[in-house]
Design a protein around this ligand. Structure first.
Ligand SMILES: Nc1ncnc2c1ncn2[C@@H]1O[C@H](COP(=O)(O)OP(=O)(O)O)[C@@H](O)[C@H]1O
Ligand SMILES: [Mg+2]
Length: 418
């Protein structure tokens, strides 16, 4: 055992840590742009609270396990593994149940709930609702009822939802608005990419670069649905591959057909991959050299390199109208996206048509955060015909549009000054 008896682990923190730690409020709402450090700061606070008081029960909730694993859980593991002090406080991390157990009897658990009934189990001292716009109010209110001390909430405000309607403005609720400028740990490339959204679309920039409540109109795809897995009898159409490197992710997914519908599963999404790394990842994902890969034709040298390594790979047949055409093709299908395709789901949620100065939608898409979508479009261009016979989309669930509308809180509360 380490002799360090200081109750609080020493982290490098951003301004958001202090805001979330030194608070008297019962509910702390962290609305913010992308990468402002919300999740990281709240988790650092929760680790401190777990260490400082014995037998604290802390629940971190995400919309599903893949989202938690790619986000809040990964960040918590990073915070834990980089803190020598925390290592002396944490007895065990149970990977199966996703629970950090502390020597003092405290625990931090990561959970997702299927419905309000499910959320009635258990009580806790602290609750953290991560990316709250993916969680229903019914689930939130059951969890909130069973939380003794404090509730943290975080999200990117790409729409108004129950937090704006049911939580903000009530007594004992504090709102903190942040953006990437409050996060000193971010690299310049990421920062520039976030700011560059402004050249593409003002609405998206307000939400993702400034953390202001948005009303994202003109989404390209509304014909996609989350599914648990690719059905066993689905036929693989092809693997789609979009090359990136420093600032853009290399994106790869597989497209299947079953019952006239498309079934899509993300394989990887990562910056900094060389062609050798990509080949290794394809192998790890069990992509066969006998099945076709449709790749970004803007990189003929890479495509040739993969061919020489024995892959069955072709360039996407791009043309002057190929973006529009491939979108038209994809819109004719019921598209099922696996729950594990976390990045693809994020891209689909913000892929939108551009608007002109007067706010009218124009026939061009916003060209950012669309790498997996590009990979999907390449498969559509080469493998799906424009005259698909599945013109009638069979909708199993009614499509319920999200509530829209400008929030009064944007006018009342100004963001933190960086
Ligand atoms: N206190 C910190 N120490 C080290 N890195 C941090 C810290 N806060 C944020 N970061 C870095 O910034 C990234 C974005 O922060 P995150 O909390 O995920 O943002 P948000 O939840 O607002 O989108 C993290 O993945 C991490 O790399
Ligand atoms: Mg986050």
């Amino acid at each position: 055992m380490n002799n360090d008896q200081s109750p609080t682990p020493k982290f490098e923190v951003s301004i958001l840590f202090g805001q979330n730690y030194n608070t008297e409020a019962h509910v702390i709402v962290n609305q913010g742009g992308t990468s402002s450090g919300k999740t990281f700061a709240i988790e650092q606070v929760l680790f401190c609270l777990a260490c400082e008081n014995p037998k604290q029960i802390i629940t971190i909730v995400g919309q599903d396990i893949p989202n938690l694993k790619a986000g809040a859980l990964r960040d918590a593991q990073k915070i834990y593994s980089e803190s020598a002090v925390l290592k002396t406080r944490v007895k065990n991390f149970n990977k199966t149940d996703r629970v950090f157990e502390f020597y003092n009897g405290s625990l931090i658990e990561f959970k997702s709930y299927t419905d309000a009934q499910d959320a009635k189990s258990g009580k806790r001292d602290y609750l953290f609702i991560n990316e709250a716009n993916g969680i229903s109010y019914a689930i939130y209110s059951e969890l909130a009822l069973r939380t003794r001390k404090r509730i943290y909430i975080d999200y990117n405000p790409n729409n108004t939802f129950w937090v704006h309607e049911q939580v903000l403005g009530r007594p004992n609720v504090q709102l903190i608005i942040s953006d990437h400028r409050h996060n000193p740990f971010l690299d310049k490339g990421t920062r520039d990419k976030i700011e560059a959204i402004k050249n593409e679309d003002e609405e998206l920039w307000k939400v993702y670069a400034r953390g202001l409540t948005g009303k994202i109109s003109g989404l390209v795809f509304t014909n996609w649905y989350v599914c648990e897995q690719i059905p066993g009898d689905a036929q693989l159409i092809a693997t789609g591959l979009d090359f990136g490197f420093t600032n853009d992710e290399t994106a790869c997914l597989q497209v299947y057909r079953q019952n006239g519908e498309l079934w899509v599963h993300e394989l990887f999404y990562q910056t900094g991959l060389t062609n050798t790394d990509i080949a290794r990842k394809l192998k790890t994902a069990n992509v066969s050299k006998q099945t076709e890969i449709i790749a970004d034709s803007a990189e003929p040298k890479s495509i040739e390199e993969f061919k020489r390594l024995g892959w069955y790979i072709s360039g996407a047949k791009k043309g002057p109208d190929s973006i529009k055409n491939s979108i038209d093709i994809l819109k004719r299908y019921h598209i099922n996206v696996t729950r594990g395709s976390v990045n693809l789901r994020k891209e689909l949620e913000r892929y939108k048509w551009r608007v002109d100065r007067s706010g009218k939608t124009i026939n061009q898409v916003v060209d950012s955060y669309n790498h997996l979508i590009d990979a999907l479009r390449y498969v559509a261009l080469n493998k799906l015909s424009a005259s698909n016979n599945n013109k009638k989309i069979r909708s199993r669930l009614p499509f319920i549009p999200r509530p829209m509308g400008r929030s009064v809180y944007d006018e009342l509360i100004s963001p933190l000054t960086p």
